[in-house]
Structures are given as structure tokens and as C-alpha cells.
Design a protein around this ligand. Structure first.
Ligand code: ADP
Ligand code: MG
Ligand code: MG
Length: 250
């Protein structure tokens, strides 16, 4: 059984259809890249999978481990191990990264029927994971994303993702605005999380990230549909030929 099955998904925002019959199948352990021009519906898809309000699903279905995902609320989906790393991480002054992560993680653990981590237990785990991801301890004591560089914000997202131990990670343009060194560090964090029991959907406009996070499957989205799928070679072809060819076909 696939981990995630999206079938003939039609989605409207404010009365306008944005996704027009999208199909996508992700098996356990696979890393899928979704590429496509701005406005093709990539972020919409990630929001609909995680259950963000404001989207009307007018047709189609999404199954997660064979279960109807659309029947579940966002918290229930998070509890099942679906994690979305944001394109634009928010700043929260006055709340340390450590406290933010502990609160978020414990909420998720309780939703899963697990007990929350005690502060010492959480600190130990956060420090271990931060070390694995090359995140300086000092970052954990600072306000959430306050004064963080673009690279630090993205690394913080990866830290949060690692602590959550998700089954399905969705990374929406995690590479945007990163210089090459920051990109490499973020990519190493993503690669460290690859496992046969974890799937990833890596949304990106550019091929560059995929030099570091090598996907099993590459999809091209255009105008609210997946219009082409292939292996990692497809990303290289796109880099050479651009998206214009798909704009007409879609
Ligand atoms: P991508 O992530 O591929 O750039 P999006 O999913 O952000 O694409 O957007 C797809 C289309 O949906 C765009 O035309 C965008 O303007 C529209 N759209 C997305 N979110 C909203 C919204 N909240 N309200 C109105 N239109 C939206
Ligand atoms: Mg966009
Ligand atoms: Mg987007």
C-alpha cells in the first residue's frame, strides 16, 4: 500500500479552482521532488495535505496509509506524522526556540497518545538532534527565528522536523533565498533524516537543491496538475529546457 495517494484532486480557493485533478502516489521511504513554475499550485497541494483551512476540496481523495486523510483535522494529521516545513518561517519574539519546540513537540506527542517530554528530557534530546544537524546550542536559546539568517531559519525548521520524527515530510521551497553554504547544510539535515520508514515531498522551483537531496521521483506541476513524472534526470532536463513546454501542454 502506498503511504500517500492523491487521486483526481480538485481544490478551490475563494470560488476559483486551483488544483484541477491532481494525481500523486508516494511510497514509504521515497523522496519525491515536485517542481513547477510559480502559481502552479505546489503550495496549495502541501496545504491541502496538511489540512490548512480555507481550501475547498470539490472532488477527489487523499489516502494516507489507506485511510481517508480529508476526514481528519490538521492536528490529527500532524499526529499521524505529517509535517510541513514552511516556505516563510515566522518570527516569534519573546519565546525561545527551545520553549517553542518543546511546546509544539509535546502537543504533538499528546495528540499521539504519548506523554509529554519533561524539560530535562526534552533538553537532552534537542541538544542531541541539534548536534547531529550542526545547529549551534546558542540558537536554541534565542527567540524563535528572531534575527536568524535565512539559513538559520531553515535549519530551525529542519530541527523541528527532526524532533517530530515525521512519517511524511513536506518541504516547501526550503531552498529559497539560501546561499550555497546554507543550502548544503540544510540538504545535509534533510539527507540525515532519510529512512526507509519516512517519505519526503521536496517542493522546489530550482534543480539546485536536488544536486544534494537526490530524489527517487521527480514530478512537474503545471496549472494545478502533475503533468510529467520521471527520475532525477527529469530535473536536469527541466533546468536545461525550462517550464514553458509544460505551460502549453497543461
Ligand atoms: P505555487 O506554490 O506553485 O507557486 P500556489 O499554490 O501558491 O502556487 O498558488 C496557486 C494559485 O492559487 C495561484 O494562482 C495563486 O494566486 C492562487 N492562490 C493560492 N492561495 C490563494 C489564496 N489564499 N487566495 C486566492 N488565491 C490563491
Ligand atoms: Mg509560489
Ligand atoms: Mg509555493
Amino acid at each position: 500500500m502506498p503511504l500517500l495517494e492523491v487521486r483526481n484532486l480538485h481544490v478551490c480557493v475563494e470560488g476559483r479552482e486551483i488544483l484541477h485533478g491532481l494525481d500523486l502516489t508516494v511510497n514509504a521511504g521515497e523522496v519525491h521532488a515536485i517542481m513547477g513554475p510559480n502559481g502552479s499550485g505546489k503550495s496549495t497541494l502541501s496545504h491541502v495535505i496538511t489540512g490548512k483551512p480555507g481550501y475547498q476540496i470539490t472532488a477527489g481523495r487523499i489516502l494516507f496509509k489507506g485511510e481517508d486523510l480529508l476526514a481528519l483535522g490538521p492536528d490529527q494529521r500532524a499526529a499521524k506524522g505529517i509535517f510541513l516545513a514552511f516556505q516563510y518561517p515566522v518570527e516569534i519574539p519573546g519565546v525561545t526556540t527551545m520553549n517553542f519546540l518543546r511546546t509544539a513537540l509535546n502537543a504533538q506527542r499528546r495528540a499521539r497518545g504519548q506523554s509529554g517530554y519533561s524539560t530535562p528530557h526534552f533538553l537532552k534530546r534537542a541538544r542531541t538532534v541539534a548536534k547531529q544537524l550542526n545547529i549551534p546550542q546558542s540558537m536554541l536559546k534565542r527567540g524563535v527565528n528572531v534575527g536568524f539568517s535565512g539559513g538559520e531559519k531553515k535549519r530551525n525548521e529542519i530541527l523541528q522536523m527532526a524532533l517530530f520524527e515525521p512519517v511524511l515530510c513536506i518541504l516547501d521551497e526550503i531552498d529559497s533565498g539560501l546561499d550555497i553554504d546554507a543550502l548544503r547544510i540544510v540538504a545535509e539535515g534533510i539527507n540525515a533524516m532519510r529512512s526507509p520508514s519516512r517519505s519526503m515531498i521536496v517542493i522546489t522551483h530550482y534543480q539546485r537543491l536536488l544536486n544534494y537531496v537526490v530524489p527517487d521521483v521527480v514530478h512537474v506541476m503545471s496549472k494545478g496538475r502533475v503533468v510529467k513524472s520521471g527520475d532525477k534526470q527529469l530535473a536536469l532536463e527541466l533546468e536545461a529546457s525550462g517550464y514553458a513546454q509544460f505551460e502549453d501542454a497543461a
